[in-house]
Write a protein that binds this ligand. Structure first.
Ligand SMILES: C[S@@+](CC[C@H](N)C(=O)[O-])C[C@H]1O[C@@H](n2cnc3c(N)ncnc32)[C@H](O)[C@@H]1O
Length: 252
């Protein structure tokens, strides 16, 4: 059996289902690269469960999936524990389908995802979210403008956009860095999608004791004093229902 185990965003969101699954598998990996939590880590889980956990980077789960398939072939059950939900904004579906196609049982245990958490806390209509996208660090000085295109496309259809922020080699991108990249995209594209008056919602350290969800304009966000990462951003569509306008006022 191969278990994908969602841990939720923080200790207080661990479910009984996730704890039971982590206790029963023969080999347990903790995915250390698709997301991060303010208080769940390998040491905490090892103490809670009284067992050994292997920290897994991208190459362990994506390039060397044969090692996991080998464990399954030997008759061992394997668990992959992920912060948030294991199937939301991750690439684990590839390993899940590979195992399933080879005849192994795949069990998914959902966890509270940052995706649902920020939609809930923003109070925006869940029916009005378009495609999500990740703002990534420039590679070889080349800036990927996909987030700009996605915001533009969603906005043109009256839909909100969730922006995940890059997590490169354990370095989580801050909302401030993401906003300056969005402004650089605006300079390249010049389509007036990201302006100083554009409204955004910033979620900081969601699920932690010091979490904050705040609505700001881009110019306010550039001056804002942020908490530690992780951060996430929503770019709401301009086509807001009057209840969404009221909801946004509560986040100022
Ligand atoms: C690619 S997504 C993975 C989402 C995860 N699978 C889940 O379901 O929650 C990871 C990104 O979401 C955002 N994020 C994750 N946890 C967060 C938190 N507790 N508070 C704010 N943003 C968070 C960060 O931008 C982070 O880089």
């Amino acid at each position: 059996m191969l278990y994908f185990i969602g841990l939720g965003l923080a200790k207080k969101f661990l479910t009984q289902a996730s704890i039971e699954a982590m206790r029963k598998v023969d080999v347990l990996y903790l995915d250390a690269y698709t997301s991060l939590s303010c208080d769940i880590n390998k040491e905490y889980l090892e103490k809670l469960l009284g067992r050994q956990i292997i920290l897994a980077d991208r190459s362990t789960l994506e390039n060397n999936s044969k090692n996991i398939i080998k464990l399954l072939k030997e008759g061992k059950s394997v668990g992959i524990a992920t912060i948030g939900d294991p199937m939301i904004a991750t690439t684990h579906v590839s390993l899940a389908t590979e195992a399933k196609n080879k005849g192994y049982n795949v069990i998914i245990i959902p966890g509270i995802s940052v995706h649902c958490y920020i939609i809930s806390k923003s109070m925006l209509s869940s029916y009005k979210f378009g495609r999500s996208v990740t703002v990534v660090y420039p590679y070889d000085k080349i800036l990927d403008t996909t987030p700009y295109e996605v915001i533009k496309d969603n906005s043109s259809r009256g839909l909100h956009t969730i922006l995940y922020l890059d997590l490169k080699e354990g370095k989580p991108m801050s909302a401030k860095d993401a906003i300056s990249l969005l402004l650089q995209m605006e300079e390249i594209k010049k389509e007036g999608i990201i302006t100083p008056n554009t409204q955004i919602i910033i979620g900081q350290r969601l699920g932690c004791e010091d979490e904050e969800v705040k609505a700001l304009t881009i110019s306010e966000a550039l001056e804002y004093k942020y908490k530690d990462t992780p951060h996430i951003i929503i770019v709401p569509s301009k086509n807001l229902h009057y209840m969404e306008v009221e909801a946004l006022k509560c986040l100022h």
